[in-house]
Ligand binder design. Structure first.
Ligand SMILES: [Zn+2]
Length: 141
């Protein structure tokens, strides 16, 4: 079974791969910068309702707002460096850069999870790897 950390990381990585990195940025602003949902909503063109939904999802996965804050602080900058697989064609359609399939934006995350789980796994491993190295460095200081 996956740990709660891995499950949150996978969730966030999937957003970036699906070309929805604004959601990861919005969550970072909320948890780390302490921005209000209305400020974030305006900045990223999301609704307050959507933001509360994403925030709730992260808290459910980590178990607490405090854990969510720590996790977002250290992992969001790494996750935001990943390259998206999908590319938006318009507001409702996106193209998968790997199999060139055109898909509705609502299913692109599922598509990546099912068809390109190897890439998702590689991204997850690389983020966890960097996290482990960073925490080792800190311990030695
Ligand atoms: Zn594909």
């Amino acid at each position: 079974m996956k740990s709660s950390t891995e499950s949150v990381l996978e969730y966030l990585i999937l957003k970036v791969l699906a070309n929805r990195e604004e959601i990861v940025k919005a969550l970072y602003d909320y948890f780390v910068e302490g921005a209000s949902p209305s400020t974030i909503a305006m900045k990223y063109g999301l609704s307050k309702h959507q933001i509360r939904g994403y925030v709730q999802r992260i808290i459910e996965k980590t178990g607490s707002p405090m854990k969510s804050r720590v996790l977002m602080k250290y992992t969001a900058p790494l996750i935001l460096k990943l390259k998206p697989i999908a590319r938006k064609v318009n507001t409702s359609m996106a193209i998968c850069g790997i199999c060139k399939e055109e898909l509705p934006v609502q299913v692109i995350e599922d598509h990546i999870k099912k068809k390109h789980s190897d890439i998702l796994g590689e991204c997850l491993d690389s983020v966890i790897d960097i996290l482990k190295k960073t925490s080792t460095v800190k311990r030695h200081r």
